[in-house]
Design a protein around this ligand. Sequence first.
Ligand code: FO1
Length: 311
Amino acid sequence: MRDHFYLVLAGGVGAAKFLDGLSNVISQEEFKVLINTGDDIDLFGLKICPDIDIITYTLANVVDREKGWGYFNETFNCLSILKKYYQFKWFNLGDKDLATHIFRTDLLKKGFTKAEVTSLISKKLGIRAHLIPMCNEDVQTIVNIGSESMHFEEYYIKHNCEPEIKGIQFEGIREAKPVKNVLKYIREAKRIIISPSNPIVSIGTILQVKGIKETLRKVKKKVFAISPIIEGTTIKGPADKLMRYLGFEVSCVGVAKYYQDFIGHFVIDNRDCYLKSKIEELDIKAYCFDTIMENLDKKKKLAQFIIDINN
Ligand code: FO1
C-alpha cells in the first residue's frame, strides 16, 4: 500500500467537485478521503453527516449535480409530513437521502463506529475509494451571531451565511481522536491534497483532531492545497466571513498563511497569480491554474494538474 495512494482532506461541495474530477483521472482505489464531520447534525432522531453524504453521493454518481448535495431525482414526501409533526422548516431531507440517515443511525445505535458505517454505506453504493470520517466522536460547530448561537447548518441554510460571525466553537473537538490508521495514512500517502473547502469550518476542524496537524507538519513537502478563495471571495459558504473574524486577510495569501506550517505547495487561481510571489515568500511553492470547477472537464484538468506537479 505504501506510496500508492493519495489522501484528500475534504469538506462538502468544493471537495466533492474536486473528487469528481480526481475519480475521472485516477481510479477510486488510488485515493482515500478524510472528511470533516464538524457539521454533523441530529435531526428527527437521525444522525446526518452532510459532508460525508455529499462526498458519498458524488463518488457514487447519484448526487443532485445542480445543488451539489442530496440525491438527484429526489422526492420530499416524508419531509412534508415531518414538517407537520416537528414544525421545522429549514433543513431539506429527501426520501432517498433519508434512507441513508435511517441506515446510519440504526447501525450507530447497534454499536458500529462512524468510520465503519461510512465505509459500509460507501461500499453498498459501489464506491471503491476509502472514505474516512475525521473522527468517530461527535463534534458540532456552533456559530455566534450577536447574542444568538446556532448550529453551523442553521447558519448556512436558514440564515444563508448572511449575518456577520461573532464567534465559533467546535463542541467536542477536544475528545476527537483520529480514526484508526489515519496518521499512518498521512505518513504513507504518495501525496496529500487539501481540497478547496472552507479552511476554518471544514479543513480547520479536521486539523484540530488530535495528531493530524502535527503529522501533516512532518510531511509538509508532500502536502498540496487548493485555495478556496478567488479574488478575495468564496464561490459558496462563509469562508470569507470566518477568515475576517479570525483576523486573516481574505485572499489566497490569507489561506496560505493559515496553512503555512503544514503545506509545501499551494494552487491558486489564475486570477490571483499576481499574488504568487507573496505565497512563495512563506516558503510554499505556488502554482497558478483555473480552479473554478464549473464542469467535468475543468474538474478533471485541475485534478490532473495537481497529480502531475513535479516536486
Ligand atoms: N444544503 C442546503 O443549502 N439546504 C438544505 O436544505 C440542505 C439539506 C441537506 C441535507 C442532507 C445533506 O447531507 C446535506 C444538505 N445540504 C443542504 C447541504 C449541506 O448541508 C451544506 O452544503 C454543507 O453542510 C456546507 O458545508
